[in-house]
Design a binder for this molecule. Structure first.
Ligand SMILES: *Cc1c(COP(=O)(O)O)cnc(C)c1O
Length: 361
């Protein structure tokens, strides 16, 4: 019950063990088409440039940036935590000119700061931000951030790694140009796959770049030749087909529940956890109400408590893993996740009772 990976749905574990198919087997191509259509449902997009990368969420981050950032081009990154900071590192490696819009760890991105940064940097080509900043527990209004980016003619890139499947994400309505996620958080699957989606605007940009995409593996056009269109699939890399079975199953489970119902379930269990932590243990989330990721709570460690010792006791005695603080929040918070299959009342109560037992000691 940390920041991911979360427990995997048993049906997904079953699906992973089915006989392996080749990456160009007709049945596997059919499965890829189904994954694409399930991902369009999950991302709330009609874009055909929606598919899966064979790697973790960080590969998706790199794919979005490497396709949309040219050497020398100006990129604003809204940084209020660890993962947004990773975006700045990638942009630097690509030779982009990074402008950081900084907010405090534990708060959402301030849209006004982005607006004034764009006023000072009208030549900005891309604005990148994180929806659910897993390192701090804060959720930003990316619909608004994307709107502000577009007003200045920039493309928007959104990290929806922790939000997808657990909290509202509307890729088309919010006009996000490039989004990436992972398989092991809200989707209740194993790690190692990164769903991505690109808008027509983004693809148009990539096709008209002045310079080559600085990656072979992540070149959107090459990936498209493997993923797009019946009958014209070309070998790109050997897709880890068993992993794709797992993702397919996870997405089917999500669709059967109904994604809106899944969002609601995540909100309700979060409310239950917050209220029990508060009333039974006096523990509080650090992120203000209205800016909080429902399914990943950064909880303030009480004065005088050795936070690492509590986590190791939880693991040893209750077989419960929760997350530590990261970066600026190291030692100051615990991060408790209620993601995907783990978002249920039973685990909320188990978590509260286990914490109660360990803290009493
Ligand atoms: C987990 C996470 C990532 C990185 O995903 P990996 O699968 O670990 O590579 C990126 N961004 C956010 C917001 C995350 O929570």
């Amino acid at each position: 019950m940390g920041p991911g990976p979360a427990n995997v749905h048993p049906q997904v574990l079953d699906a992973l063990s089915k006989p392996t198919l080749g990456h160009l087997d007709p049945q596997f191509i059919e499965l890829m088409d189904e994954i694409k259509s399930l991902l369009k449902y999950t991302f709330k997009t009609e874009s055909e440039h929606t598919f899966v990368l064979s790697g973790p969420g960080s590969l998706g981050m790199e794919a979005c940036l490497v396709n949309l950032v040219e050497p020398g081009s100006k990129v604003i990154v809204c940084v209020a935590g660890y993962f947004a900071n990773r975006m700045t590192q990638i942009v630097s490696k690509l030779g982009g000119h990074v402008v950081v819009v900084k907010d405090d760890w534990g708060r959402a991105v301030d849209p006004q700061k982005l607006e004034s940064a764009l006023k000072n940097n009208p030549d900005t080509k891309v604005v990148a931000f994180v929806h659910a900043e897993t390192s701090t527990g804060a959720l930003s209004n990316i619909k608004l951030l994307s709107e502000i980016a577009h007003k200045s003619g920039a493309l928007s890139i959104a990290d929806v790694v922790t939000s997808l499947g657990a909290v509202d994400v509307y890729v088309d309505d919010w006009q996000l140009d490039a989004v990436y996620s992972c398989s092991q958080k809200g989707l209740a699957c194993v790690a190692g796959m990164s769903p991505v989606s690109f808008s027509e605007r983004a693809v148009h940009f990539v096709k008209n770049r002045k310079t080559q995409v600085q990656s072979w593996f992540n070149d959107l056009i090459l990936l498209g030749s493997y993923w797009n269109g019946p009958g014209k699939r070309a070998y790109h890399h050997t897709a880890p087909s068993n992993h794709y079975y797992g993702l397919h199953e996870a997405l089917m489970i999500l669709k059967d529940e109904g994604i809106e119902n899944a969002w609601k379930r995540h909100r309700e269990n979060s409310t239950r956890l917050i209220s029990k932590l508060k009333s039974q243990l006096g523990l509080e989330p650090i992120v203000p109400d209205g800016e909080r990721i429902p399914h990943l709570l950064a909880i303030k460690v009480p004065e005088g408590i050795d936070e690492a010792k509590v986590r190791s006791e939880l693991l040893a005695k209750h077989n419960l893993e929760i997350g530590a603080g990261l970066g600026e929040l190291a030692g100051k918070v615990w991060r408790i996740g209620l993601m995907g299959y783990n978002s249920n009342e039973k685990l909320v109560d188990f978590c509260v009772n286990s914490l109660k037992d360990v803290l009493k000691k």
